[in-house]
Design a protein around this ligand. Structure first.
Ligand code: NAP
Length: 283
């Protein structure tokens, strides 16, 4: 029987630890603040933003909500970001993606002050991660490392295979696994004989975006499986990139979907907000 890596429980532990820290900072007169910007009313974005606000409330972080009209100009959005960049009382700035087509996400991300980029998407933070400098780590990959560490799964020396090379998951988790002394192979849609590669994995990270893609044929016995995928199957049921039923009997540990990587993303966003305040505000 595989160990089920309980992301719900671990993320709750992290939020509880942060809650204590934040309360102690409040006693010293410091208020940690996250600005959350949503453009338009994409229903999925509204749910994500709502969850982020709820987490802020729980941890004790003040959240400033900016709900902007879908038709706002790119310049108006950039002006708001610059205004928030200049405010000493704002520690983190988050712009919920995706943005309407007439606004360049790249420009928006690059306008956020890297010291307030709690999503870890700014090229300065991405670069810092790849050269081993300090910076903000994007929340989902940061959450995966935390899941492994808090489940006592050693990364050092392990064969780690990442399926997917996106900028928000595949690439940063690969850099982090290298930083943790894993031996890392990154695979993607042009990888020849994917099964042969994934079968070598001691730790397999699936970030593909295809329902139940990784089945028992892709893994070896004893593998640790991290399933990043959030998909809907043909019956509209939430599922991961891993076929849990067939892989779990072979795995030594595995994350479920839902309740694995998903809840960690927000917990790590809260962690980044506290880290931002600790680095640049709290003395
Ligand atoms: P993405 O940008 O679409 O990237 C998918 C990656 O998978 C690409 O690199 C692609 O290769 C690769 N891929 C696609 N088909 C493949 C195949 N047949 N064999 C090998 N590789 C293949 O997706 P993403 O943003 O990384 O997200 C991946 C999944 O994680 C999605 O289900 C998403 O919803 C979920 N997600 C979850 C969280 C969370 O909080 N839990 C956060 C972010 C994402 P190419 O580069 O060659 O196209």
């Amino acid at each position: 029987m595989a160990q089920i890596i309980d992301g719900k429980k671990i993320s709750q532990e992290i939020k509880d630890e942060l809650k204590e820290k934040v309360a102690a900072y409040k006693e010293k007169g410091y208020e940690i603040t996250l600005a959350v910007i949503q453009v338009g009313n994409n229903p999925a974005s509204t749910v994500y933003v709502g969850n982020k606000k709820k987490a802020c409330e729980y941890v004790g972080i003040r959240s400033l909500a900016y709900e902007l009209d879908e038709n706002i100009t790119e310049q108006e959005l950039l002006d708001l970001i610059n205004e928030l960049n200049d405010r000493d009382d704002v520690n983190g700035i988050l712009v919920q993606l995706p943005l309407p087509k007439h606004i360049s996400e790249k420009k928006v991300i690059e306008t956020i002050n890297p010291k307030k980029d709690v999503d870890g998407f700014h090229p300065m933070n991405v670069g810092a991660l790849s050269i081993g400098d300090e910076g903000f780590i994007s929340c989902t990959p940061y959450g995966i490392i935390e899941l492994l560490k808090r489940s006592d799964i050693d990364i050092k020396g392990k064969e780690c295979v990442v399926v997917g090379r996106s900028n928000i998951v595949g690439k940063p988790i690969s850099m982090l696994l290298i930083r943790e002394n894993g031996t890392v192979t990154v695979t993607h849609s042009a990888t020849r004989d994917l099964k042969e590669v994934t079968k070598r994995a001691d730790i397999l990270v699936a970030a593909i975006g295809k329902p139940r893609f990784i089945n028992a044929d892709y893994v070896k016995e004893g593998v640790v499986v991290i399933d990043v995928g959030i998909n809907r199957d043909e019956n509209n049921k939430l599922c991961g990139d891993v076929d849990f039923e067939s892989v779990e009997p072979l795995a030594s540990a595995i994350t479920p979907v839902p309740g694995g990587v998903g809840p960690m993303t927000i917990a790590m966003l809260m962690t980044n907000c506290v880290e931002a305040a600790e680095k640049y505000m709290i003395k």
